[in-house]
Design a protein around this ligand. Sequence first.
Ligand code: 4AD
Ligand code: MG
Length: 428
Amino acid sequence: MNINNLKEKLGQKVTIGAWISNKRSSGKIAFLQLRYGAGFIQAVALKESLGEERYQQLRHLPQESSLKVTGLIKENNRELSGIELEIEDFTIISEAIDYPITPKEHGVEFLADNRHIWIRSKKQHAILTVRNQIIKSTYDFFEKEGFLKTDPPILTSSAPEGTTELFNTKYFDEEAYLSQSGQLYLEATAMAFGKVFSFGPTFRAEKSKTRRHLIEFWMIEAEMAFCNHNESLTLQEAYVNHLITDVIEKCPEQLKILGRDLESLKNACGEFPRIKYKDAIKLLKDNGFDDIEYGDDFGSPHETFIANSYNKPVFITNWPIDIKPFYMIEDPTDPGTVLCADLIAPEGYGEIIGGSQRIDDYDKLLENIKKHDLNLDAYGWYLDLRKYGSVEHSGFGLGLERTVAWITGNGHVRETIPFPRLLNRLTP
Ligand code: 4AD
Ligand code: MG
């Protein structure tokens, strides 16, 4: 039951299971912030109606104790939820002793060590609720657009995004990798079903310790047969627009708890500028960035500067062929560059989508696989797709955690997933 459902119970008597997340009281009246699973509600207890003994019992219950509460749902417009619960009766289920996360400030490492309970706090609860909404909105969007969800494997023998960031594992006697991207498999399912998408965990053994990098992150990938690069960009634009408007509509309480600036989110909607990599380099150089040359990847100050110059998500297209993966198709109108784009989110959240049109010619793909020194045995099946009815096709991957970070206005990806895997963290 989410907070809106409890709102539907206005004027009715309910019994809910809940935890005490915060409280304050005087001799006669106690205010308990209750977390009832999907939401938070303020509950009010009066000594007069509970009697002295029961009132003192409730008032002194420690933070995070669990209880069942019965009472009337009343309107209270000073509350974010618009409602409150007037306690008539309660049963204590379990008293929590010395809950370590108190309402005072805690250090980052302390909170990370306590992630298993930190997720109960109001801000974390709001971020993860928005994450859930983005996942739901994703399924809605792709269903409406006629996509079929197909699930790529996690254990693979291929490395679409380069061989330097792989997690190796044994697959009986063979060498296997944890998936970096389901893309190659989606290209196969796209040739069977036309338009497909996937949502799953991906793994990158990146030695990066930034607020945008996770070792294990979740990606939404889409692949479309009979689709060129520009058509793919238009779909990406519609998808991101859909996510923003859906979250604004369906998660108003959460965005308020998080203090998200709604104006800049709304401003991000609409058409996204499409600029070429070489023009982005020029823009940076013209503005005093001496540390970047044509052929370099952007660092986060570069991405932030570009995004701030437009105040919208920006597609950076036509990257140099040498710094992009083997499967991207060269732009016939701009040789030396590929038909690809990174979508950079505004407000310094960095790249949220990477996508491209794929090589559909057998010989060209074979040449690239050899040029990149990839193991041909592992890519025979991928080459097959170019043998039997090969067509123009494009696709993209959106990083869920970076998107959640941006939409919630939360600075670090470690708070956008229940249990982040970071360079120095595998527990909890
Ligand atoms: O740009 P990437 O590497 O693209 C691909 O993997 C393509 N094969 C996708 C496709 O075309 N089907 O990754 C896609 C997105 C990035 O834009 C970023 O949002 C996210 O995945 N991402 C990460 N998020 C968190 N931590 C990391 N270490 C990430 N690496 C990529
Ligand atoms: Mg990328």
